[in-house]
Design a protein around this ligand. Structure first.
Ligand code: ZN
Length: 176
């Protein structure tokens, strides 16, 4: 049945096709409104019977669904990236710390003979330039920390985007 919006109160009035060209009283505000001619009325009937616009599926606009899918997609990529970084982090055994290194030096050096200490000193001297750079265990520690930080950032972004997508869907579903 065609539905006619009341110009006064907005109430949706069901009008029989047979009333085309006549007048009806709005059931809500009782104002007398004129019913359009048959052609216009048939068009209104078609609109009323038509399924919801394709732009709306499941009550959610397609643009919003696309944005949701996009957020979830990026979140998934961030999660995979974060997971990969954490695996790389876990695959590097924990290197000794500077404290460990100093403890080792303190334990080993007193046991060395004088000749061995001299040789150690000569080795150190040949590396004088290289001493400006960190020891290998320090570089390993830096690389390892880098993977951990990237992993946590990746998972953090994934979590934030997932929450944002969930909030977006929840907000859009709330009746206005
Ligand atoms: Zn009315």
């Amino acid at each position: 049945m065609p539905k006619l919006p009341c110009p006064a109160c907005g109430f949706s009035i069901e009008v029989a096709i047979s009333r085309a060209g006549s007048e009806v009283a709005c059931p809500s505000c009782e104002k007398i409104i004129s019913v359009p001619k048959l052609g216009e009325l048939r068009r209104l009937a078609a609109d009323a019977d038509a399924p919801p616009s394709p732009a709306v599926a499941g009550g959610t606009p397609i643009g919003l669904r696309a944005a949701f899918a996009c957020l979830i997609g990026i979140a998934a990529i961030a999660a995979v990236f974060g997971g990969y970084c954490l695996v790389r982090f876990a695959s590097i055994p924990k290197p000794p710390t500077t404290a460990d290194h100093l403890a080792e030096v303190e334990t080993v050096y007193p046991q060395l003979a004088a000749a061995q200490l001299v040789r150690e000193w000569q080795t150190m001297e040949s590396f004088t330039e290289a001493f400006a750079h960190p020891y290998e265990y320090q570089m390993v520690a830096n690389v390892r920390r880098g993977w951990l930080v990237r992993g946590l950032i990746g998972l953090g972004i994934a979590a934030a985007l997932t929450i944002a997508a969930a909030v977006m869907m929840r907000t859009s579903r709330r009746p206005t």
